[in-house]
Design a protein around this ligand. Sequence first.
Ligand SMILES: Nc1ncnc2c1ncn2[C@@H]1O[C@H](COP(=O)(O)OP(=O)(O)OP(=O)(O)O)[C@@H](O)[C@H]1O
Length: 242
Amino acid sequence: MAALRLDGVVHDYLRGRQPVRALNGVSLTIGGGQCVSVLGPSGSGKSTMLHVMGALDIPSEGRVFIDDTDLAALDDDALSDLRRRRVGFIFQFFNLLPALTAWENVAVPRLLDGVKPGSVREEAMALLERVGLADRAEHRPGELSGGQMQRVAIARSLIMDPGIVLADEPTGNLDSRTGDELLDLLASLAHDGSERSVVMVTHSMDAALRSDRAVLLTDGEVAGDGVPGDVVAKFIGEGRRP
Ligand SMILES: Nc1ncnc2c1ncn2[C@@H]1O[C@H](COP(=O)(O)OP(=O)(O)OP(=O)(O)O)[C@@H](O)[C@H]1O
């Protein structure tokens, strides 16, 4: 079963009255157990594609399927339910709640689901342990380093046990050594036998080279898709072209 499929996806934004085409006919299938990086120049549509994949945005044209469910067939409630349960998000600036401790931040999606803090604490603690932060459970984000905050965000992305994890520049705000450790952690989310798909937008060639597959976007279109080394070489080659 394909975890994620885009079929002829077009997405336009309005800038004033002018439509701006961010995605121009993207078709892509991402199976379970893969860590896929998305590369491309600034403005090529990477974040837009991630938002469409995670049902944060509805495409102007084309279809998006998550686990063979056509998102166009869902009403708003069903769509947000699917987003909450099936998709975990990780952002460049962590998006943690400053007043909550690390374990409470991890628990937030379950608390929003109506679960009592007492019954989710253990699950949140287990996830913090998984990301190597069990000893920081009672710390607030302001008391954590960037890498530690991103680990909390990764643990939070897993609390609903999603089939898909989408990460937008997850190491963009971290030094390279911390970034590398987090990339290994992210890849492990796809390789832990869960058949989870991990898709990460990145400007880092290192990050792309560590993934299982790379997709290159140029002007809202798929310009490369395959072995990371080949796709990175294509991207770098295009950048050098006069
Ligand atoms: N909310 C918006 N309103 C209008 N235009 C937008 C909006 N968001 C993105 N765009 C435009 O859509 C295009 C694709 O943007 P997107 O953010 O998806 O690219 P990106 O590849 O992620 O860029 P970057 O690497 O700089 O983050 C760009 O031309 C951008 O200016």
